[in-house]
Design a protein around this ligand. Sequence first.
Ligand SMILES: Nc1nc2c(c(=O)[nH]1)N[C@H]1C(S)=C(S)[C@@H](COP(=O)(O)O)O[C@H]1N2
Ligand SMILES: [Mo]
Length: 347
Amino acid sequence: MSMDRRSFLRVSAVSAAGMLLRIDPLKGKESAKDPTESTEPLKPKQLKRDGARPETWITPNETFYIQSIDETPAIKEEKARFALTGMVEKERRYHLNDLKAMKPVKEYRTLSCIGDPVGGRQIGNAEWTAVRLRDLLKEAKPIPEAKRVVFNCADGYITSFPLKDALDKNMLLAYEMNGVQLPPDHGYPVRLLNPGKYGQKCPKWIVSIQLVKTEHRGFYEKRGWSDVAAVRTATRVGLPSRLDRLPAGKYKISGSAFDGGNYGGIEKVEVSVDSGATWNDATIWASASPLTWSLWEYEWEVESALKYARILARAVTRDGKTQTDKVEHAGPEGATGYHTVEVRIES
Ligand SMILES: Nc1nc2c(c(=O)[nH]1)N[C@H]1C(S)=C(S)[C@@H](COP(=O)(O)O)O[C@H]1N2
Ligand SMILES: [Mo]
């Protein structure tokens, strides 16, 4: 992954400022409240229509998307273990308690699905408690022939990637999600968080981590989906929704942008309310690192004479690239293009 130390430092400075300048949607003025405080689960009603915040900084576990090839496997506590095997000097079995005995890493990470269209809802951000896969691999000592790591899961899912990616310090084995034990649907006891990659490369219910020397293709990869599965820059308009009827006056358009850190993180977000003819800078009010989404909002003065509008949003990444407007429907590498939301305006 192309994320050097410098880009990390720059991003944290920007996100700190972003957090301090957050506009409180209720008071309509600047507030010093840290958006990361909002970890309480929202009531469903609030989630459906929450003024300026369709996306809360943290996606509550109860509403976090679930994408699984089969039923959620029921794994008992005594079976909460996995093996590190294959081309290593020291094979080992780990129980969940072995991971809990290690120094925990707590990080915010955004997860999104490669199969979603632009603006799709299968994206969420959580705080995860984890250990670094690299630390387990160092103990196991891969032999020189080892080239790839294969993850076998309790539901029969399987995926793999190069060993050098597995050694990335940001490759996490997570066992808690938003402060509680990993919920069964999200991979109890242990799931992977793969920096810069779509959810497909973040196996849940890990049973074994196996080092091999040969090429290997996983469940989705065999079915034509990308084997790299690198997150592409995408911006979602969360509010308003398609065909909403907006009253004239001030309206806060809001949403998220995410590049998985593959282009250095989100630098800025631009919003168009005139079908892409002109663009306005949105305010990014929350972001923690290039590995999390950036939440943004833009206050629009809605004119009743308009009757109808097409809203678009796009991101510019830190490497200076503007998100591509080329429309690619969820193909093997993930969807691209601008999310477009058409609304009606009350006269
Ligand atoms: N074992 C297993 N892991 C899996 C999957 C699966 O079906 N089985 N689906 C993958 C896909 S396609 C995605 S997008 C993410 C979704 O994670 P979530 O269900 O926790 O949101 O899990 C990934 N890991
Ligand atoms: Mo996915």
